[in-house]
Design a protein around this ligand. Structure first.
Ligand code: HEC
Ligand code: HEC
Length: 243
């Protein structure tokens, strides 16, 4: 090889390494996936006014501050934040974003909500304005959508031993319960039916007598979970094959 040939060869190798490096770096940028369920590939929760999650103003806040450690759907360095609104109170999530270390060292007795263990790197504190935090919270909430499927799951796990949708079993059929009664009344009934009986709510007392004075179990659902139950039961109001 002449000296020029060696030069050209060396330059070509250097360029190839550079190109590989750039490709690798761009592949490595973590981009959050669209939510796996809820109305199509790019669709987000049906309650949202945005058609694409990238349109949400919280998208860039999340990308700039969280994606180095968090993905919505899979574990990166930190737990996925999909469905976090089912696992934690909104007030807790806000506090965690601002200063999770304070929660971990405080009286909360912090336990990670997913099964995996995470590295012991300290969680960064964030000094967001109220508006910025609201926007970010609203964005993260897109990944905890209210769905019929979730409602059905909750129903099967917690209600189906005593309730069927279409027929009376131990308790009343729940198909038209949101049509026949006020949503707040139904939510209260789910959370603590006995308290309503004790307070003398006439409808609650009548059903209680009718169904043989069974003590209704209490439940600790958050608003999202209650909305899922509602969405599921309302979806059953549509004509079904089993009708
Ligand atoms: C340097 C990495 C890192 C960054 C950046 C980061 N987090 Fe975290 N986050 C973690 C780790 C690790 C955990 C798991 C708990 C722990 O070990 O501290 C966690 C836990 C959380 C939790 C609690 C999850 C649960 O299930 O208990 C929330 C909520 C959270 N992070 C939100 C955010 C948000 C929102 C941002 C961006 C504003 C962010 N984090 C930025 C690393 C990070
Ligand atoms: C241990 C049995 C049992 C379980 C579990 C149970 N229920 Fe009930 N439920 C009843 C009975 C029985 C009644 C009738 C009132 C009474 O006797 O307490 C009732 C009444 C109700 C009512 C009022 C119905 C109406 O016509 O207004 C609602 C709403 C309701 N249940 C929802 C639920 C939901 C949702 C779940 C699950 C999250 C659930 N219940 C779990 C037994 C149960």
């Amino acid at each position: 090889m002449t000296l020029t040939k060696v030069h050209i060869f060396a330059t070509a190798i250097a360029l190839a390494i550079l190109l590989l490096g750039v490709t690798y770096a761009s592949l490595n940028l973590v981009k959050p996936d669209p939510p796996a369920y809820c109305g199509g590939v790019v669709g987000i929760s049906t309650e949202s006014k945005y058609e694409y999650y990238e349109e949400h103003p919280g998208f860039s806040i999340f990308n700039n501050n969280c994606t180095s450690c968090h993905d919505m759907h899979r574990t990166v360095i930190a737990p996925p934040l999909k469905d976090i609104f089912y696992r934690r109170d909104p007030a807790w999530i806000r506090a965690a974003i601002i200063n999770l270390e304070a929660i971990k060292s405080g009286s909360d007795n912090y336990v990670i909500t997913t099964e995996n263990k995470y590295s012991n790197i300290p969680h960064p504190a964030h000094n967001f304005s109220h508006e910025k935090l609201d926007t970010l919270m609203d964005y993260i909430k897109l990944f905890s959508p209210v769905t019929e499927e979730k409602g059905e799951h909750i129903f099967q796990e917690n209600c189906s031993v005593c309730h069927a949708v279409h027929r009376i079993t131990v308790g009343p059929a729940l198909k038209y319960v949101y049509k026949n009664r006020d949503s707040i009344w139904v939510n209260n009934a789910i959370l603590n039916f006995n308290a309503m009986v004790q307070e003398g709510d006439p409808t609650a007392v009548r059903i209680y007598e009718q169904f043989g004075r069974i003590q209704h179990p209490t439940h600790r659902f958050n608003k999202l979970e209650l909305s899922c139950i509602k969405k599921y039961l309302e979806s059953m109001e549509r004509p079904q094959a089993s009708d």
